[in-house]
Design a protein around this ligand. Structure first.
Ligand SMILES: [Zn+2]
Length: 604
């Protein structure tokens, strides 16, 4: 069986062996490979197991690293072709040694099928395009592709039409490649076509072994929307994220922002479970199907004009009020450049610039000026420029008649030598509950536990420095990301810190990837994240895995009411990092690094 070397940490309790010779102190467990005999195609194997924490472990006489958890590792042990035998020996003073003998057979990888030499007609599994369900409109291009035996004919049937695919040639050698492609232009259709599979037919050009025709359908389906109907949809959630495109990126592709419930959007197509909406003539966005419902065909197409905007001051901060008489989509974003004042931008899609009354009240202390610009035909942009160097936070409130942007005052730091005094810090231990474990380490501890223990250390550290704390996930509950965000905002905390532990693939070794990293989404949180990053590196001595911007984790993206960042304190997938995170002394160092970083940020 395959060794599962790619990114698999031992999860199943049954997947270990206990082989004892004469009364050993602790039975030696082999975690990866999990069987004493296995076959691989890789040129090296990573050995992972559990022994007594005070024992030493050798593999064919060479010492493996044993951590305080008892987990031992030997990465990238070379394999020769054929059978490789490893004797793993655990020894501890005063007890008998225990030994596991492991056989790993290295085979040549199975040769990939040569489509240019195959005598039989065949389609390569998984090579069909479209590869995810699509709904398109006329005038759009549907790429069709498949890999199949070279030198024959492939046609596809889509929406009742036959499309010939052309076999591609290698650009250098000019030889046929077995890759067949066509770009199908969706014709004008007057009625919607339900999604159906695309049928591909491969017909032999000359004598082949076996059947001379092969028919298969694509696993993904394609449907068409006629363009003679307006498809309006209504947003049903207050955290409906809009993405620029659909990407296979961890935590989602780049997001423009969130739409609020009740917003009306124009749908123009679908891919998988995402709906494409036309925000402006030159801008599409993608919204999850679950955040939308079909609006009645008689719904008014929203269009926004407002003639006045007002800015006033209050105890919490300033309020910018923008009349919102029509539920057009709008996106709020912020920027905090290094050499210019911070700005908050509200971009409305579907409307024109009609504002002539931009009144600034003398009570406004944070906002210097509000301006309005027209971007092309259908985008109206309200720009809120601050009078100070730092944007602490803002909140968006939507009513049926008004959009209010509340710009938040920075907390007053009464005592520079103890800047945390009196501040409220929201802490989020990542993951939680019976299913959302996060990454799982070699000792089988889930990340949610490590995060919770680290947050406890952080709470103690911050409170000792005079802060108050609020934990947005108590005990082992698992509120969703929107709920975590709402709780942090509702608490009116001054700062938000999310604590996670990282994980990486182990194909090239368990100890290869290590280090500490910090994350932020909006540039207003960059300085907080950077200061914590610097102090974490100093306090923990861990390697530098970076201060990462534009990060899409929901609670630091949607919580704009306070500077918000996330700590990935070390790697669950690295047994050395895992042993450190399980050590209370190390967790204190992590907590100290975060506290010192916050204090530095507050003093800036
Ligand atoms: Zn996590």
């Amino acid at each position: 069986m395959s060794l599962g070397l790619r990114n698999i940490l031992p999860l199943a309790a049954s997947a270990f062996l206990m082989i004892a010779t004469t009364q050993p102190a602790v039975a030696l467990e082999l975690l990866q490979p999990s069987e004493t005999s296995s076959t691989v195609t890789a040129s090296a194997v990573n050995l992972l197991g559990k022994a007594d924490k005070d024992a030493s472990v050798t593999v064919n006489g060479e010492a493996a690293k044993v951590f305080s958890t008892g987990i031992f590792v030997m990465d990238q042990v070379p394999l020769k072709e054929g059978s490789n035998s490893f004797e793993v020996v655990e020894t501890k003073a005063g007890t008998a040694a225990s030994t596991v003998t492991l056989t790993v057979t290295r085979e040549q990888p199975a040769p990939s099928i040569d489509l240019t030499k195959s005598k039989k007609l065949l389609f390569v599994k998984g090579s069909f395009e479209p590869s995810s369900d699509l709904v398109l409109q006329s005038g759009e291009v549907l790429p069709l592709a498949v890999r199949a035996t070279s030198g024959h004919t492939v046609i596809a049937q889509v929406a009742g039409q036959w499309v010939a695919l052309e076999e591609q040639r290698d650009l250098e050698s000019k030889k046929l490649t077995g890759e067949y492609r066509a770009n199908f232009m969706v014709p004008t259709i007057t009625e919607d076509v339900d999604t159906t599979s695309v049928q591909f037919t491969l017909t032999a050009a000359s004598g082949v072994e076996g059947p001379s025709e092969l028919v298969e359908t694509s696993p993904a389906k394609v449907g068409f929307w006629s363009t003679n109907q307006v498809r309006l949809m209504r947003v049903t959630s207050d955290w409906a994220s809009v993405a620029y495109g659909i990407h296979e990126v961890r935590l989602g592709g780049p997001f423009m922002g969130e739409l609020s419930s009740g917003t009306i959007v124009l749908a123009t197509g679908k891919k998988g479970s995402s709906v494409r909406v036309r925000l402006a003539n030159t801008l599409d966005g993608w919204i999850s199907e679950g955040d939308l419902e079909v609006a009645s065909a008689a719904t008014a197409i929203p269009y926004l004009t407002f003639t006045s905007i007002s800015v006033g001051g209050g105890t919490e901060g300033d309020v910018v009020s923008i009349p919102y008489g029509s539920p057009v989509p709008f996106i709020v974003s912020s920027d905090q450049p290094t050499s210019a004042p911070p700005t908050i931008t509200v971009e409305f899609f579907g409307g024109h610039h009609a504002a002539t009354w931009l009144s600034h009240s003398a009570t406004a202390s944070l906002v210097r000026e509000v301006t309005v610009e027209q971007h092309l035909r259908d985008r109206v942009c309200v720009k809120i420029e601050l009078a100070q160097d730092r944007l602490w936070g803002y909140k968006v409130e939507v009513t049926p008649s008004m959009v209010r942007i509340r710009v938040r005052k920075a907390p007053v730091i009464a005592n520079v030598s103890s800047p945390l005094s009196g501040l409220l810090i929201a802490l989020e231990p990542g993951h939680g509950g019976p299913r959302n474990l996060g990454a799982v380490g070699a000792t089988r501890i889930p990340e949610k536990e490590i995060n919770r223990m680290t947050v406890e250390a952080l709470k103690a550290e911050l409170e000792a420095a005079g802060a108050r704390t609020v934990i947005v996930r108590e005990g082992d509950d698992d509120p969703n990301l929107g709920e975590r965000t709402s709780r942090a905002i509702a608490s009116d905390a001054d700062l938000f810190i999310s604590v996670h532990a990282n994980s990486a693939g182990s194909a090239r070794g368990y100890l290869r990837v290590s280090g500490t990293s910090t994350y932020y989404k909006h540039s207003a949180s960059r300085d907080l994240s950077a200061a914590i990053h610097r102090h974490l590196l100093q306090e923990t001595g861990l390697g530098d895995f970076g201060n990462v911007g534009s990060f899409n984790y929901g609670p630091i993206r949607a919580n704009t009411w306070m500077p918000s960042m996330l700590v990935e304190h070390a790697f669950m997938s690295n047994p050395e990092d895992e042993a450190k995170m399980l050590d209370p002394e190390f967790r204190k160092k992590t907590a100290r690094g975060v506290r010192l970083g916050i204090e530095e940020f507050l003093r800036q």
